[in-house]
Design a protein around this ligand. Structure first.
Ligand code: F6R
Length: 615
């Protein structure tokens, strides 16, 4: 996690870094700091607060024209979020500065060694250890900064994305990565660095995404130089053209990114379908899937690995693949999978799912599955992300940048892509007949319009939220394809409103959660027409008999549940397999309104970060 921004060139680095940090606050927002320098002056400002407060703090200081700078927004790993632990960190000589994203796992051993050499530490961070290790290496080896960074990093165990600056070399920045992303924007005689490319979208379209184990020397007015850290070979950097623009990462008139992203779902799903669902040809075309279709058709098993919301999408994938491909599917938390010495067969297909493409546990799980010989086919949103590079093939969801920490459009586009894959493979395998296939395609093509229509009239969801924003608990129930949606609904409420919420398969209610139900317990039940409607109606009766408050998500025109529930939210009619694309929407909005009514920070909930690049 943590966000890094740096700049070297002729522009004023201050606004570039502050604006850039604000765009990266989704990565962490415990504390923030900035370092600015020119050939004669330096200034460091740090706050145990957000970037907005950092900006106010800087405004109190005297102005000077800097030519280089680096900034950091932190998600604490080593040491509490306070001013001392905020970045940038300084070496003992006062010459070297670092911003760091990641964790140095052997920092304790390195720190003890440095203490023996009379280094003093002013923070609890592993990053301060790293900058002093670089300083000590420079002293011992009498080498240039880049080389010293390289030698020091070869002693480090862990993950890092770093920017290092030496006051004695004011025209140069050294950046390096292992496991934590870094994008380098190439300007005219200048360089921009970011944990992703959003900080420099308006300045350049040319970007180099540093690969793991690479170090880059950014010298003002000179071309970028990249080397591999461990084998010390010069690398020819691949320059990509940025596709996202500034509009994609602004609120566009909405109060919050989360709300904007909820309302972007029709467009996001259209983008996920574009060029893949070909109605006129009655076909689904995903070139990377076609390239590897035999792997899927001959698979003994599909393993889906992911975390959080992406794991919930994976559960929907399990229902889709088992129905349409008739292949057994297991859905694994990446963090459990990687530490379990998992059994993987050579004819397994592993599908990692990740919005950011940077989640550390998912990335590590992929590496393990790869080592064991599995074929890896990823589903990612962020183009060029670490996970997308680590896979043998894959599909992008094309949801566009998701900035609200609570995932919304990423989830529905992941389900869209999983649906396309399952339908295509089901058709190839002959499990889905021609007529049914055509019906499914028609239905899928109508999803964006139906969602658009649903989102036009959602005032009732806000009204329902007014009854429950003070509840301490909430239960979510669903069956079949909507069981993962119940989990996702509960997660959304927990993370942005801090209300304790549990998602359960509705039938499991009788095996424990029913004990929680009384007149104070709101129970959100997904009770759409197709699927296990009668069973879920019985579950609703059971809740009602125990006086629970029922908020039911029903299919348009439903009358039965309406008579039983305290509140109903109608969603468009669909086949059961596509119902998560609709049933998720009211749950996203319900959480959003409740969080607002509780005065919570919807886009940046406490303790969370969008991109979990630590284990
Ligand atoms: C929840 C949420 C997280 C992420 C999880 C995985 O709203 O956003 O649970 O889904 O951290 O992240 P990705 O998909 O980037 O791997």
């Amino acid at each position: 996690m943590c966000g890094i921004v740096a700049y070297i060139g002729d522009k004023n680095p201050l606004p570039i870094i502050i604006e850039g940090l604000q765009r990266l606050e989704y990565r962490g927002y415990d504390s923030a700091g900035i370092f600015l320098s020119n050939k004669s002056e330096n200034s460091t400002t740090k706050v145990a607060a957000k970037v907005e407060d950092l900006k106010l703090e800087i405004e109190k200081k005297p102005n000077f024209k800097a030519t280089v700078g680096m900034g950091h927004t932190r998600w604490a790993t080593h040491g509490v979020p306070n001013q001392e632990n905020a970045h940038p960190h300084l070496s003992n000589s006062g010459d070297l500065f670092i911003v760091h994203n990641g964790i140095i796992e052997n920092y304790d051993v390195l720190k003890k060694e440095l203490i023996k050499r009379e280094y003093t530490f002013y923070s609890e961070t592993d990053s301060e250890v790293l900058i002093n290790l670089i300083e000590e290496t420079q002293k011992q080896e009498q080498v240039k900064l880049g080389k010293a960074v390289q030698i020091a990093l070869n002693q480090v165990v862990g993950a890092y994305g770093i920017v290092v600056f030496d006051r004695k070399k004011p025209d140069e920045l050294v950046v390096a990565r292992l496991g934590s992303p870094l994008a380098i924007g190439l300007g005219k005689d200048s360089f921009y660095v970011g944990s992703d490319a959003t900080p420099f979208l308006e300045y350049t379209r040319d970007v180099v995404y540093l690969e793991d184990s690479e170090i880059a020397i950014l010298k003002k007015g000179k071309p970028i130089k990249v080397r591999n850290i461990s084998d010390d070979i010069e690398v020819d950097p691949y320059i990509e053209k940025l596709k996202w623009n500034l509009e994609n990462i602004q609120k566009g008139g909405y109060d919050h990114f989360m709300l904007k992203e909820i309302f972007e779902q029709p467009q996001a799903i259209s983008n996920a379908l574009r060029g893949r669902l070909l109605m006129s040809e009655n076909q689904i075309q995903i070139s990377s899937l076609t390239e590897h279709e035999n792997k899927f058709l001959n698979a003994r098993r599909i393993l889906i690995i992911a975390c959080g919301t992406s794991w919930h999408a994976g559960l929907v994938g399990e229902y889709l693949f088992e129905s349409f491909l008739r292949v057994p599917v297991e859905v694994e938390y990446a963090s459990e999978f990687r530490y379990r010495n998992p059994i993987i067969f050579p004819d397994d297909v592993v599908i990692p799912i990740s919005q950011s493409g940077e989640t550390a546990d998912t990335l590590a799980a992929i590496k393990i599955a790869k080592e064991k010989g599995a074929f890896i086919f990823g589903i990612c949103n962020v183009v060029g992300s670490s996970i997308s590079r680590e896979t043998h093939g894959g599909v992008y969801t094309h949801a566009g940048p998701e900035i609200g920490v609570a995932s919304t459009k990423a989830f529905t586009t992941q389900i869209t892509v999983l649906s396309l894959m399952a339908l295509k493979l089901g058709e190839l395998k002959g499990v889905i007949g021609k007529v049914k296939f055509h019906d499914y395609l028609t239905e899928l093509s109508q999803v964006p319009d139906k969602i658009e229509c649903f989102l036009k009239n959602t005032n009732n969801i806000r009204e329902i939220a007014t009854h429950y924003h003070k509840s301490p608990n909430c239960l979510y129930l669903g069956r079949g394809y909507n069981f993962p949606v119940a989990l996702e609904g509960a997660l959304k409420l927990k993370e942005i409103s801090y209300i304790h919420a549990e998602g359960y398969p509705a039938a499991e209610m009788k095996h424990g959660p029913i004990a929680l139900i009384d007149e104070n317990m709101p129970v959100v039940v997904i009770a759409t027409k197709k699927g296990h409607y009668d069973k879920i109606v019985s579950n609703i009766q059971e809740i009602k008999s125990r006086k629970g408050k029922i908020i039911a998500i029903v299919t348009q025109g439903d009358t039965t549940v309406k008579q039983l529930a305290d509140h109903v939210i109608e969603i468009p009619e669909s086949s059961e397999c596509f119902s998560p694309l609709f049933s998720t929407l009211p749950l996203q909005l319900f959480s959003y309104h409740i969080a607002l009514m509780r005065g919570c920070n919807v886009d940046q909930p406490r303790n969370l970060a969008k991109s979990v690049t630590v284990e």
